[in-house]
Design a protein around this ligand. Structure first.
Ligand code: AMP
Length: 212
């Protein structure tokens, strides 16, 4: 089930319906908090914004690092935080005990699939290799036309600039097309993030069966 890349990225002919109200967002972020206090502030502000807007957080289910910060902020704001955590990580990552809902899954693959399926769009905050893996997975699913949900890298500090540079390098070296840059959006603020989501075309592809 292929998707026209321009339509999938929202840059083609604007005949699409705009995004329906967003009920849930998947958030990928670090199980560490990073060195710069602004990362923690960003996660906290995102959590509060989700709660204020009545958007459920779908995330990895831990209480450590930025993952814990965003979940705590959602809960403190009266919002819903849903954790999807694999059995073998439930102890190691110190599973959050006060979530609205925790779903324990058998594997990392099922976790990524479940998080994606429950969300209307995906947001990326600063993080490590796990965050990178989760991000690239949904970006490549989108490249393959398996979905067209919006993916927003929320990056006020420029943390993810090396990833943008790497994609540019791949394009320059002939390993990716320019359309690769339209598979995800980089937002420099939370306001820009929510404005982008509000203006995004409604996803038209929801095939889960073909994903690995
Ligand atoms: P990190 O960015 O490395 O701190 O990891 C952030 C989250 O990504 C943690 O909840 C990790 O368990 C998760 N993670 C790491 N590797 C993977 C993977 N291969 N698939 C899904 N989640 C992962």
């Amino acid at each position: 089930m292929a998707v026209d890349p321009d339509r999938a990225t929202g840059l083609g002919m604007r005949t699409e319906t705009l995004m329906a109200p967003i009920n849930a967002l998947a958030v990928y972020c670090g199980s560490n908090a990073g060195n710069d206090p602004s990362y923690r502030s960003l996660a906290h502000d995102l959590g509060r914004a989700l709660a204020a807007r009545g958007i459920a957080l779908v995330y990895g289910g831990g209480r450590v690092g930025l993952m814990g910060v965003v979940a705590d902020a959602v809960l403190a704001g009266g919002g819903s935080a849903i954790g999807i955590i694999p059995e073998h990580l439930a102890r190691r990552e110190v599973r959050h005990q006060h979530l609205t809902e925790t779903v324990v899954v058998p594997s990392m693959h099922v976790r990524k699939q479940r998080m994606f399926d429950m969300a209307d769009a995906c947001l990326v905050l600063p993080g490590g290799l796990g965050t990178l893996d989760e991000t690239i997975e949904v970006v490549t699913w989108r490249q393959l036309g398996l979905h067209d949900k919006p993916i927003v890298i929320v990056d006020p500090s420029g943390f993810w600039r090396p990833l943008e540079a790497l994609v540019q390098h791949m394009i320059g070296q002939g390993f990716a097309s320019h359309a690769a840059l339209r598979l995800f959006h980089v937002a420099r603020s939370l306001d820009e993030t929510f404005a982008f989501l509000a203006a995004a075309p409604a996803p038209r592809v929801a095939a889960a069966a073909e994903r690995t």
